[in-house]
Write a protein that binds this ligand. Structure first.
Ligand SMILES: [Zn+2]
Length: 197
């Protein structure tokens, strides 16, 4: 999605050098796997990979370290919670009930491990129809505000469903870069809300 080639990062002084794009340093499992190979690692191996991504990558002094996790409350989320006690969690959900149930579980785990919840982001919140220009709530409505209500976290913002997201991603240019796009605007509002915390 950042348009980076899937090549192994360089190593310098025993540290992995993360490639940088759009001012973001990136480290991904995808750099170490060959094409179309699934990640089938389990608990201990995954834990070690996370340790390496945190400890053996030359991050410098970033303002933010974002870790994109798979849904739910699996091993990785727990390992991270233990390794970065000061980490704050952002719940990303879609509006329908099945997604918000999983998200509430993750939020409760964060609270059990004494991590603060920075907020909730609603993805695929609605689709603005190019024909009639009305908002279509394809996945329903209200899931994210319900999570916010249950957990006491704030709703950081809603990202509409837009084919530009996919098109930009395929081109390796994040849609957030595009000032004219409603999705880009949503991303910038969310970033500003996080930055204001
Ligand atoms: Zn329509």
């Amino acid at each position: 999605m950042f348009g980076l080639p899937a090549v192994k990062p360089d190593v310098h002084g025993g540290k992995l050098l993360p490639p940088e794009r759009y001012g973001v340093k990136i480290m991904s499992m995808a750099f170490f796997l060959s094409d179309n190979e699934p990640v089938i690692w389990r608990g201990p191996l995954l834990g070690r990979a996370i340790e390496q991504f945190l400890g053996d990558v030359f991050w410098g002094s970033p303002h933010y370290l974002l870790v994109d996790l798979p849904p739910g409350t699996g091993d990785i989320a727990l390992t991270l919670a233990q390794m970065i006690p000061a980490a704050e969690m952002i719940i990303v959900t879609t509006p329908q009930e099945a997604a918000s149930t999983i998200a509430v579980k993750a939020a409760k785990m964060a609270q059990k491990t004494e991590h603060s919840l920075l907020g909730v982001i609603e993805n695929m919140a609605y689709f603005v129809c190019p024909q009639c220009e009305t908002k279509h709530y394809i996945f329903g409505q209200g899931g994210a505000s319900e999570i916010a209500r249950i957990t006491g976290a704030r709703l950081l913002g809603s990202v509409p469903l837009d084919e530009k997201t996919r098109q930009s991603g395929d081109r390796g240019e994040p849609v957030a870069q595009d000032p004219a796009s409603p999705v880009g605007a949503a991303f910038r509002e969310i970033a500003a809300a996080i930055d204001a915390e």
